[in-house]
Design a protein around this ligand. Sequence first.
Ligand code: ADP
Length: 584
Amino acid sequence: MTNLPLNGRLLFESAPDMYLALTPDLIIAEVSNRYLAATKTTRDGIVGRHIFEVFPDNPDDPNADATRNLRASLERVRDLRIQDSMAVQKYDIPRAAAEGGGFEARFWSPVNTPVLADDGALLGIIHRVEDVTEFVRLKQEQDAERESTAQLRSHTEAVEAEVYRRTLEVAAASRQIKDGERSLREAKDAAERANRAKSDFLAKMSHELRTPLNSIIGFSDVLLEETAGPLTAKQRRFVDNVLTSGRQLLSLINDILDLSKVEAGRMELSMVRVSPAGAVDEVLASLQPLATRKRHALHSELPADLPLVDADPVRLKQILMNLVSNAIKYTPDGGTIAVRAAAVTVDGRTMVRTEVSDTGIGIADADLDRVFDEFEQVGGEYGRAQEGTGLGLALARRLVMLHGGTIGVQSVAGKGSTFHFTLPCAVSAAPFAKPGIATPGTQAADGSKHDGAAPQPPVALVVDDDAKASALLSDYLEGAGFRVVTSTSGADALQQVRTLRPTLVTLDMILPDRPGGVDVLTVIKRQSDTRDIPVIVVSITDDRSVALALGAAAWLVKPVGRHEFLRAVETALRGAPSARPAAR
Ligand code: ADP
C-alpha cells in the first residue's frame, strides 16, 4: 500500500461511490467526486459547511423527512459508535436554474459509519449513499404495472360480467317480445275470429229479421191499398204506424247488415259510371217531403259539367241519403240545407267533392271525431230527441272509403254543419256507348277511347214500342250508369234477354204483336236462367196484380217520373221483395 502514489484525500475523492466525510459536528470534511456529481454540487460549495445547511429538505414536499431521518441516524452513530443503515430515503436534489429549477425527486440508500480512533473516540462519520432512484422507479413501475394489470384484469372481468348480464337481459327481453308477439298474434286471431263470428251472426240475424219484416211491410201496404177491403180512418192510422215502424226497422237492419258486410270484407260494390248530379237530384226529391214538413229550404248547386264518378249507384245514394236526412233531422224547423258538388284534384286525381251543409244545431269540436264511429250520438237535447241509431255516418264513412274517397265534417255548434265526401271520377268522362255502336273498351262513337280497365256497366233492356217512352227510360237508366239496349217487340225482347242477360228489364205490357208483355214476363220468369233478372213493368193499364203475380219486381204507371223510376230500379236490384207482397 505504501507504494501507491495516492494519498488518502485523493483516494477518498476518487472512490467509485458516493461518500461524505463528516466531522463529529456534522461539518462536511471531504466528498467523493461521485457524490458531487450526483448531488449537482461542487467541492468548494460544500466542504466546510454543515451537512443540513447544504442539504435542506425540499420545501415543496410536505412529507419530506429525509433530513430528520439522517440527523437521527447520524446521532445514533455518534452516540453508539456503530454503523447505521438507513431505510431508503426520498431526498430531492435542487435542480439547476438552467434545467428548470425546482427539485428533482431522488431516492437514496444511506449508510453512516463511525470513524473511530484507537481509543474508540469518534473522529468522524462516513456517510455513504447509493442512488437507488432508478431501482425505486423500476419497482414503482412494476408495481404500477402489476396494479394496472390487476385493474385491467378486474376491469375485464367486470366488463365480461356486464356483457353477460346484458346478454341475459337481451335474451329475456327478446323472449318477452316473442311472447308478446305470440299473444298479440293470438289476440289478433281471436279478435278476427270473433269479428267474423259477429258478422256472420249479424248477417244471419238480419236475414232472419228481414224476411218477416218484409211480410209486415208488404201486408200493411196491401191493407192500406184497401184491396182487401176498406179501412176506417183509425185502422188506416194504425196500419200506417205499422208500415212506418216496419220501414224504420228494415232500414236499421239493412244498416247493420251493410256494416257487418263491410267489416267482414264482404261488401261488394257494383261499380259503374254514375252521374253524381243525378244521384243528388233523386235523393233530394225523395227527401223533399221530410224537408217540407220542417219548413226547410232544400236546394242543390251542381255545375252542369260535373263529371261522372266511378261508384256503386245504390251506395252513392245511400251516402247522400244519410247526409241529407241528417241535415234535415239535426236542423230545427225553418232551416236551409244545401247540396253542392264540384270537381277537385286530390293528389293528382280528379274527384267529385260533394258537400251537404245545414243551418242546424252543429257539432261541438270535442264530438267531431266521434260522429263517424258506430252508435255515437251527440248533439245535446235536440240531437238526442231525434230518431237515430248512430250507424248512418259510420256506414257512410265505410262506403266512401270503399270507393277510394274520403269523408269529413266541419261544424260550428249552434250554427250548422257541413259534411263533405269525395269520390274518384270515372276514368273517362265519355258517356256509355249506345248499344250496337260500341261497347266499353272499344272505340266509342264520339271517337274517344274508353279505358279497357274501366268497370263494365250493367246492361238494362228497355222494352217499349213507344219511341218517346223508350228514350225517356233509357235516359234515366244511363244517368244511373247503365248501358241501355232497347227493344220494340216481344220477340226481339226475348231474344235480347237470352243473348245479353241484362241486369234489369223494363217492360211495357202493351206491345203491338204477339208475344205481348204478359208473355214476355211469363217466359222470363219461367226459365231458370233468366228467372232472377228483375223486371219492372211500366204500363198504362191497371194490370198491377197480374204483373206482380207473374213475378214483376215493380209495377209503375206511365208517365213515370225519374225519381220514382230509379227508386223502383234500386229496390228491384236490391232484391227487396216488398214490391211484390202478393207473391209471398
Ligand atoms: P243517427 O242515426 O243518430 O243520425 P249518424 O251516424 O247518422 O246517426 O250520426 C251520428 C251523430 O252525429 C248523430 O247522432 C248526431 O248527433 C250527429 N250528427 C250527424 N249529422 C249531423 C248534422 N247534420 N248536424 C248535427 N249533428 C249531426
